[in-house]
Design a protein around this ligand. Structure first.
Ligand code: FES
Length: 154
């Protein structure tokens, strides 16, 4: 039995402790906003927040995060969309959308640590992959979200 918290709810998984967090979230908790892209830690589609850090959930065995706090895209904001989500909409970032939850989770974690990241920091930190090539708009959206989180109008 592995116990931790997902989106502020305690969870218990009767799964092999080596089970990737990605599959516990998707298959056991039906939190399908976290996507499976490569399964090898390369693409970032599976990014979630674990104890304040953006982690690639396909590479995190549930047995290693006993007692941790996990946040998925479904739990990022309880009342309304998170500023990162609103900024992604405002900048028309989304094309096919598959990679977007991972980008949003990585961006939210970055902005918590650094509310005013440079373009280079954003590009160096958000190493997620996008087949549609929306990278320039991601940079604009992250900077826009940062401004909003510092009190400017979105
Ligand atoms: Fe985890 Fe690609 S599915 S990094």
């Amino acid at each position: 039995m592995t116990r931790f918290t997902v989106n502020n709810q305690p969870v218990e998984y009767r799964l092999d402790p080596q089970t990737p967090l990605l599959w516990a979230l998707r298959d056991a908790s039906n939190l399908t906003g976290t996507k499976y892209g490569c399964g090898t830690g390369q693409c970032g589609a599976c990014t979630v927040d674990v104890d304040g850090q953006a982690r690639r959930s396909c590479q995190v065995a549930i047995g290693t995060i006993e007692g941790s706090y996990v946040t998925t895209i479904e739990g990022l904001s309880r009342e309304r969309n998170h500023p990162v989500q609103l900024a992604f909409l405002a900048e028309n970032v989304v094309q096919c959308g598959f990679c977007i939850p991972g980008f949003v989770m990585a961006a939210a974690a970055l902005l918590r640590r650094n509310p005013d990241p440079s373009e280079q920091v954003i590009r160096d930190t958000l190493t997620n992959l996008c087949r549609c090539g929306v990278y320039p708009r991601v940079v604009e959206a992250v900077q826009r979200a940062g401004r909003a989180m510092r009190g400017e109008e979105l």
